[in-house]
Design a protein around this ligand. Structure first.
Ligand code: ADP
Ligand code: MG
Ligand code: MG
Length: 250
């Protein structure tokens, strides 16, 4: 599904990703961990096509298409979802209207008719139920005055509705409380299937107690320096990252 080869990218003159390789197949959940400043969020930014980031070498293919050639909008239409890419508050645009616009744009891109009001309502109800999303939040202005937990619920609801092929969740450095961890992990576990894949960027080993990844990668200094199974996350929790850096240079 996703094939990243020898990716070099940076901002301004600074190289941040320095030859990163990653292969993701349908049905897989990949966790990316690593020390602060390693380039984890930069990877998410490059994949979603955030401006400022310049790719200087390497390739990123999504189902055989060159992702780097696509606009951020087309990447989204092709099924790449950077979760938490709309943490901004948009007063006046309701949550559900935002989703309806986004989803109908995607349908148009695929040559499909827009949802009728009735179809969309039914779909929204079904997904609300699936991810236990509070009906109260559906018509609220996008993220306006949402608590941290409500933002997470909302993000999971967006995932449920948009059904991306590849979802990238960057948990950032902001503290996730145990409630938020549960919301995210229950949502991901409900939504994971053999047709989609998740890249979960986290430095919370705890999150991986709930979402069992197929692979755990350590990103350090712009490269993936170690890959293992779920047990690697536990080892990292216990031993930190320094031993891997030493292993990587020796
Ligand atoms: P991580 O998410 O692993 O903590 P980041 O991808 O956020 O790491 O950052 C990697 C490195 O790139 C850091 O040294 C950071 O300071 C730098 N960096 C990230 N974004 C920018 C930017 N817009 N301008 C300059 N440097 C940046
Ligand atoms: Mg960081
Ligand atoms: Mg980060």
């Amino acid at each position: 599904m996703l094939s990243i080869k020898n990716l070099h990218a940076g901002v301004e003159e600074k190289e941040i990703l320095k030859g990163l390789n990653l292969e993701v197949k349908p049905g897989e959940v990949h966790a990316i961990m690593g020390p602060n400043g390693a380039g984890k969020s930069s990877l998410a930014s490059v994949l979603s096509g955030r401006p400022n980031y310049e790719v200087t070498e390497g390739s990123v293919m999504l189902d055989g298409k060159d992702l780097l050639e696509m606009s951020p909008e087309d990447r989204a239409r092709e099924g790449v979802f950077l979760a938490f890419q709309y943490p901004i508050e948009i007063p006046g645009v309701s949550n559900i209207n935002f989703l309806k616009t986004a989803m109908n744009e995607m349908r148009a891109y695929k040559g499909l008719e827009p949802y009728t009001a009735k179809e969309f309502l039914a779909l929204s109800k079904e997904k609300q139920k699936l991810v236990e999303f509070d009906a109260k939040l559906v018509n609220r202005s996008l993220n306006e005055g949402f608590s941290g937990g409500e933002k997470k619920r909302n993000e999971i609801f967006q995932l449920a509705m948009l059904e991306p092929k590849l979802a990238i969740l960057d948990e950032t450095d902001s503290g996730l409380d145990i409630d938020a961890l549960r919301i995210v992990s229950r949502g991901v576990n409900k939504l994971r299937s053999d047709k989609n894949a998740f890249i979960i960027i986290t430095h919370y080993q705890r999150l991986l107690d709930y979402i069992v990844p197929d692979f755990v990668h350590v990103l350090s200094d712009g490269k993936i320096v170690k890959t293992g199974g779920k047990e690697l996350a536990l080892e990292l929790e216990e031993k930190g990252y320094d031993w891997i850096k030493e292993e990587a240079v020796s």
